[in-house]
Design a protein around this ligand. Sequence first.
Ligand code: SF4
Ligand code: SF4
Length: 265
Amino acid sequence: MPAETAATPQTGTLPWDRVGLDDRFTFRCGRELDCFTHCCLDVTIVLTPYDVLRLKHSLGMSSSEFLDKHTLSPSFPGQKFPLVILKMDEQTKRCPFVSAEGCSVYRDRPWSCRMYPLGSAEPKNPTPEEGAFHFVVLEDLCHGHNGGTSRTVREWIDGQGVEEFEMMGASFKYLTLHDFWDVSQELTPSQADMFYMACYDLDRFRRFVFETRFLELLDVDEARVEAIRAHDDELLEFAIEWLRFSLFGERTMKVRPNAVVEAEA
Ligand code: SF4
Ligand code: SF4
């Protein structure tokens, strides 16, 4: 997608045909189109943890500041875990990052903005016959489908820098598709807060790790401690491992033997 803009489709149902990675579609986007930035108006953009991380860095904000200022955390019946969505401007309903020139956070725009006009979906239990798939979103607001360059789905994805987002998103996807959610009741308020902190409010999670007894209780090797201290993306991976340990009971973390003794004493 050109450097000006991108957007997210609303896909409650999927009225669009599936496309494979080698299927071609034709598309153009840019300020010469009369729909320029219309896709950044009144859209529901669900942010992944890595989206939040990239955006807070881009804006030079802490995760808490970013979440307070730019996101909402909706709740709806049957929701299993906290989600965050980008908050549109209350008056104009536009994305806070759209400008006359296009997307002001283009290098760090969210995954779904990168993908548009492609969407993707994945069954909970993919099989060789039925796995993840893509579709081309055709909406009246977007006039980019009348002409433009023919590309394969794979070429589009490669050109949008999506790979890094998908790599960083893999552990979050694992978390959200886990069998735990099939059998669990709603998270308790403290579990929901743990999830929110670890996935989205990474600076608060950092304080939780380094300013409490966390590292006295959990046995994390020194190299890992230094990596998570130095790099937010390492910290995010670690945060998700911690959630798997604390919510799902997976052995992704080791409790120090003396911590067990203390707990038993
Ligand atoms: S983040 Fe950028 S591309 Fe995405 S909706 Fe906002 S302005 Fe548009
Ligand atoms: S509506 Fe479509 S063509 Fe127009 S700016 Fe947005 S993505 Fe590009």
